[in-house]
Design a protein around this ligand. Structure first.
Ligand code: HEC
Length: 337
């Protein structure tokens, strides 16, 4: 039933080849390179691809299709994490463009429902349009396959003003992708690498991650945290605090291993969740029974830890479980001189 490698294998392969950030050669693409054809946004607006979306901008481009049940919801959720960290620039200098690889089926309405599940704010445009023209744009960005499920799980970063373009992986460390996109801005580069700020602890917030502590924690941070928090509220998916006590153990295993199967069986619990979380479905992420056991053990432990913390007097609960929640509201990397 499943074509090709599992999601986890894909992610692992990407991580191996891209380990640590910017990858691939940059090239000089500009006005004469990109089609300037008319495309349609998730809001039904007609815009010109080059003039309105690329010209003079710094962009992060991703490739999606809304009926995708494995990687695209995860890559899109990872981009949400990036967007949350570049709030100072998103819609100003930096713009995100998600291009459908399935223009026959992805209407603006479908794109809108999908888009709203991940981000509601300025600076992120989802586009579809005439199939041939959308395919021509995809092809210019290195996405040449005609089959939606074969599309590349890469993102493209570029600055039209400087002509710098590069490929990156949505599965690289979020902080590295953030740096890579900010690095497309010469003004930021200058400020960030100025002698006075070189020692600024821009990533200090992320060094305390005790990721080795639990095998389930590493998986959670990489694969689940883009959509879920533990104890910080619903995100793209539900808050998983106490989910191990709220739900039946076997149901939980099945939900993590193969939510699509559970959905096909019209499981009532999942149907209720589907009704609440519109536009996005928990993807099949290729978790093995061992991965799943690790994840459940981690979720159970972190929930207990949070319960303990909450039972303690006020003063002690300072951002203790941030890595587990991946709710990086402190993501400011602005290196002020
Ligand atoms: C792309 C977003 C996304 C990713 C990635 C994701 N989930 Fe989900 N998850 C959801 C959504 C959305 C739901 C709500 C059910 C639905 O509509 O599919 C959900 C539901 C769940 C539930 C049921 C929650 C409840 O209240 O009963 C569990 C458990 C869960 N996810 C665990 C995980 C784990 C573990 C991972 C990582 C291996 C993960 N999810 C990755 C989006 C995601």
């Amino acid at each position: 039933m499943k074509r090709g490698p599992t999601v986890l294998m894909v992610i692992t392969a990407i991580l191996f080849t891209l380990c640590g950030g910017v990858a691939g050669a940059s090239s000089r693409w500009g006005k004469d390179y990109f089609p300037n054809t008319e495309v349609i946004t998730q809001d039904g607006q007609k815009v010109h691809f080059y003039d309105d979306l690329i010209k003079g901008k710094i962009v992060l481009i991703s490739f999606i299709f809304t009926s995708c049940t494995d990687l695209c919801p995860l890559t899109t959720a990872r981009i949400t994490q990036i967007v949350e960290r570049i709030q100072d620039q998103i819609g100003k200098k930096i713009f995100v463009i998600s291009i459908t690889v399935d223009p026959e089926n992805d209407t603006p309405e479908k794109l809108k429902t999908f888009a709203d599940a991940f981000y509601k704010g300025p600076g992120w445009t989802f586009i579809t349009g005439k199939p041939d023209e959308i395919r021509a744009i995809n092809s210019k960005l290195g996405n040449k396959s005609d089959v939606a499920t074969d599309h590349r799980n890469e993102i493209v970063l570029g600055n039209d003003s400087t002509g710098e373009w590069a490929r990156n992986s949505p599965f690289a460390d979020i902080e590295n992708i953030e740096l890579a996109i900010r690095d497309m801005d010469p003004a930021w580069r200058e400020a960030y690498f100025a002698p006075a700020t070189v020692l600024a602890p821009a990533t200090a917030n992320y060094q305390g991650l005790k990721v080795e502590r639990e095998p389930g924690q590493i998986l959670f941070k990489k694969i689940c945290a883009p959509c879920h928090t533990v104890g910080v509220g619903d995100r793209i998916g539900p808050d998983l605090l106490d989910v191990t006590t709220r739900r039946d153990q076997q149901w939980l295993q099945r939900m993590i291993i193969n939510p699509a199967k559970l959905r096909a069986e019209k499981d009532p619990t999942l149907a209720a969740l589907d009704a609440k979380f519109k536009g996005v479905r928990m993807p099949n992420l290729g978790m093995s029974p061992t991965d799943t056991a690790d994840l459940i053990s981690y979720l159970s432990k972190i929930s207990a830890e949070i319960a303990d913390l909450r039972a303690q007097p006020e003063a002690t609960h300072v951002h203790h479980h941030e890595d587990a929640t991946a709710h990086h509201d402190h993501g400011s990397m602005d290196a002020k001189p």
